[in-house]
Each structure stands twice: as C-alpha cells, then as structure tokens.
Design a binder for this molecule. Structure first.
Ligand SMILES: [Zn+2]
Length: 501
C-alpha cells in the first residue's frame, strides 16, 4: 500500500466508524432529519480525519489588517494540501466569483475552460506544480467536501491568461462570428528604484494591483512559502492559485519581483507553458535577473504578458523585462528608476505584440499614469523609501486634467468614479475596478523577508457595493459576488510570522 492509499483507507475507516456510531445511536429511522444527522456525522468524521493529517503539521494561518496569512511548507503535494485545506472556504468563494466573470466575458461555458486546462495546460505544467495543484484539490475536498476537481482548479489558476489571451486568439483562429470584444487586462501601477534615486541607495519596490473589485476584494492572501526545493518565498496572492498572479513577491536569495501588464497585447502559443507556472517557478528558483529572465522565456506562451520589474537585493541592480510573445526586451541599471502602468515601450514589442496600443494618447489610463510616475519619481529623487512608496501608491493626481481626481488615470485607480471607463481594456464607464491593494518593500526589509501591505485602495478609501449597484444597475450581474472593499491599515508581514504581534 502506498501512502495515499493508506491515508484513504484510514479516512474511510473513520467515516465508516462515524456511520456505525450513528446507526447504533439512531436505529433505522428513515426520516430526513436522521439523514441530515448522518451527513453531519460523516462530515465531522471527515473534518477530524483531515485536521489530523500529518501534512498539515508544518502549516498555519492567521488574519491581520484585512489579510489572511498562510504558511506553507514541505514537498509540493503537502504544500498543495495545506493550501487547499487552510484556504478551503476562500477558494470556493473565489472560484465562484472568478469563474462567473470568465464565462460571462468570453461567452464560453465552464466546460470549455476545463477542456483547455486538461488538454492544453496540464501536459505543460512541471511535475512539482502538478503535484501542488493535485494537493490543493485534495486539501480543499477534505476541508469543505468541495465538488471542484483538478481541471477546475487548473483552469482557475489560469484565470488571468485563458479568458483574455487564449480566447481572443482562438476566436480569431476560428473566425468566430460576433466574437466578444476581449482585451488583455491593464493591471497595476508599480516602480522599482535604486542607487541615487532612493534614500539609502538600496532598492525600493512597490506595486498596487488593479482588477475588478469583485476579484480584487478577494486578493487578500499573504503566502509564506517554504518549499522543499528552491528559495523561500513571501508574496501576496489569490486563494487557490499557486502564483502571486498580481505579482508582488520576494525570495530568500534576494530577488524582488513585481509587474504591470502590457495593455492591448495580442497573442498566444498553445504549445507554451502556462504563465502562472513560469511566474511561480521564477520566483521560487531565480536568484538573479538573468535566471528570472531565463525561466520566464522558457516556454513563453504569451499569457498574461507583463512588463516585469525586478530587483537584485545583493547587487542593487534593477531591471525591466518587457515580455511580449514575438518580441521582448531587458533593460537594467544599478542607478535609476523603472516604472510601470500598463504601457509597452520597446519599438519591436509595440509593433509586433501590441499593434493597437497608442503610446501617444495622453488621455489614456496607461499613458496618463506613466506621465505621473515620471513627474512624481523625479520630484522625489534621492528621497524614495518605503513610507514614500506607500504614499505614491495612493496618489490621485490626474495628469490629463491637471488636478486631483481619483479616477482611471490616477496611480491609485478608481474607475468606478470615471464616466469614461478604460476603452483599451474594455472597461465600460463606471466599471467597478481599480487599485484593490498595495505592497512595498526595500533592500533592508527584503533581507529579513519582510513586506508592507495594505488591503483595499492604497489611498485608504472604501468601496461600498450597495450604493454603487443602486447607482449603476448595468453591473447588477455582479451583485452575488460584489462586496464592500474597505481599506485596512498598512501592515508588516514577514516570513515565519506566527500570528499577531
Ligand atoms: Zn485611491
């Protein structure tokens, strides 16, 4: 008998034991309530068996500042089990919200995404991440009795790349009539600075995540990962997903990573390796800018194409990897600042990967924020530290209108307040999306694996679902999923943190 068979047999025994106890206690009453009692007894037996699973021993979870911190440790299967078990309810909830958005925007049913996960993505996932994904399913089922299976979880992990990269490519291949207007998302405002630009000469890196509020309000996990192989990781993330996915993380070899997506990117390689796998692998195994670049390029499928902003704590060097599919470019410096707000700049990437993007439209969200980063970072040259970075992530200066006005053109995005929306991403007027949380760290903090994080708008503003839906009935379909997004305090998290201190 192998380990998993032995475990299954042990769980079965506990369940049979529970059933026998019930049977002895209740006799053969065939009423509905007796049936409920049996179901509850079996569920309780399952909970006990699962909670005693030795794989859970090195893992823990606590909540602070609006975030849920989870510590995962061990081999890939064990880490997956811990992830699925400790975040079971949040995975079920996140899956419901995300999958509803995926099927609605693409006009494809969930079976379509499962098929893509099974046939296209799964065979191209490294074995260790296959084991981690299988572990998530096992842990989730043990915790909640979930009906979700492996291909649900794989498709869910690809929620940034299947709907807005694969589907538009496929629609074009299939010459689909009346195909929905799908556009790659514009996620995030970020920068990385070093040398004479920062207060202490070391690296400062900061990022706020832009998504729909529906998804973003659920993007509240701090993952502290101690894998059997590779480096220790501290990153933010989404329940059930093995990569950070909005991408802010540091590892114990000194790499600091974030990104912003490339607006109006087009392209997909069905034979490539999923982006969520490459991004997780790069954060786990790369100790340098060169190693990071190599892993991201290996099997590049074009999914979730980003401008990666990287920092090497040990050398003080920073880099920008503009990763298109047909073209890519790497810039690097030991004295400078690199910012991102969803625009590409390499002429080849612009021409070959983002043919519809207009880098000269000063009124668009990416370009207006680019102008704001340039002026804000220049104004603060030599003064940049984590405290200032936190303030910058909450900035509300609109460079197109030359005034303070929280909207789609400000570093802290509030598209729900914009009558324009963001046409480049197919976000309609007053789209309930924008900056949903922020993170920052520097060389000193990264050395002992610490980051600052704030849940909700980085400016501290709250989003309230009820008045929004009353004012904007066009978004009523989101009502089952859209919740208040209240800002928490800037909160420090570190690797190995046991609980509130
Ligand atoms: Zn704001």
């Amino acid at each position: 008998m192998n380990d998993s068979m032995r475990r299954a047999a042990a769980i079965l025994l506990v369940i049979l034991g529970g059933a026998a106890l019930w049977w002895a206690g209740k006799g053969a009453q065939a009423s509905a309530s007796a049936n409920d009692a049996m179901v509850a007894t079996i569920a309780a037996a399952r909970d006990r068996a699962a909670a005693n699973d030795p794989r859970l021993k090195p893992a823990w979870r606590f909540e602070e500042g609006g975030w849920i911190y989870v510590h995962l440790e061990g081999d890939p299967g064990a880490m997956g089990y811990q992830h699925g078990y400790l975040l079971g309810p949040e995975i079920e909830d996140g899956f419901a919200a995300v999958s509803a958005g995926m099927t609605r925007s693409t006009e494809r049913d969930w079976g379509f995404f499962r098929k893509a996960a099974q046939e296209m993505l799964w065979p191209r996932i490294d074995v260790e991440y296959q084991q981690e994904l299988e572990g998530i399913v096992e842990g989730l089922r043990a915790r909640t009795g979930s009906k979700l299976d492996l291909y649900d979880i794989v498709a869910f992990n690809a929620f940034e790349e299947l709907p807005d990269y694969y589907v538009p490519w496929l629609d074009k291949q299939q010459k689909k009539a009346n195909a929905p207007n799908l556009k790659s998302p514009g996620n995030c405002s970020a920068f990385v600075a070093t040398g004479s630009w920062t207060k202490d000469g070391q690296i400062v890196i900061a990022h706020n995540n832009w998504t729909s509020y529906k998804n973003g309000e659920r993007w509240r996990i701090v993952f502290d990962i101690a894998p059997k192989n590779g480096y220790r990781i501290l990153m933010d993330g989404f329940p059930g997903v093995i990569a950070s996915d909005d991408d802010f993380g540091i590892n114990s070899d000194g790499l600091m990573v974030t990104e912003t997506t490339i607006t109006q990117f087009e392209g997909w390689d069905p034979n490539g390796k999923p982006e969520f796998v490459r991004a997780r692998k790069a954060l786990q195994y790369a100790g340098s800018i060169d190693e990071y670049t190599k892993i991201m390029l290996d099997g590049n499928n074009g999914g979730y194409a980003n401008d990666w902003l990287l920092g090497e704590r040990k050398t003080g060097e920073i880099a920008q990897l503009e990763l298109g599919l047909r073209a890519h470019k790497l810039w690097r410096t030991k004295d400078g600042v690199l910012a991102g707000s969803n625009w590409a700049r390499d002429p080849r990437v612009l021409k070959e990967d983002t043919p519809k993007f207009d880098p000269n439209d000063q009124e668009s969200s990416p370009n207006a924020r680019r102008a704001r980063w340039e002026e804000l970072l220049k104004e603060n040259k030599g003064k940049i530290d984590v405290t200032l970075a936190e303030k910058m992530l909450g900035d509300h200066a609109d460079t197109a209108e030359k005034k303070e006005d929280a909207n789609e053109r400000t570093l802290c995005g509030h598209v729900d307040g914009s009558p324009r929306g963001v046409k480049e991403w197919d976000w309609d007027p007053y789209y309930p999306g924008g900056a949903v949380q922020g993170k920052a760290t520097d060389g000193t903090m990264a050395k002992d694996m610490r980051i600052m994080a704030r849940m909700g708008h980085p400016c501290g503003g709250d989003f309230l679902a009820k008045p929004f839906l009353a004012a904007h009935p066009e978004y009523a379909w989101q009502e089952p999923y859209l919740r208040d997004m209240k800002a928490g305090p800037w909160t420090e998290f570190r690797s190995g943190q046991a609980s509130k201190e």
